[in-house]
Design a protein around this ligand. Sequence first.
Ligand SMILES: [Zn+2]
Length: 83
Amino acid sequence: MWDHEALSTIELKRLIKAGKILFAGNKNLKVYGTLQCGSGRRMKISNRVFFQNEKEAITLGYRPCGNCMRRSRKNRPENATSA
Ligand SMILES: [Zn+2]
């Protein structure tokens, strides 16, 4: 996990390009989501953290964002509607 505050813009871009950062999280809310998530972009830099993968986020006690992480829940039988 990286704190956004601890990374320079250049370092951050490099980590994203290298595939080391795939998810962003909110330290306050303990929620993680995609880097493109709208609610993630609005948070303060001091609250923002980055993860390499979902496993890391979950291990640290973060919950998936209800906005952008819905796809990972559709494996549950109750949501498996035939569209
Ligand atoms: Zn989200």
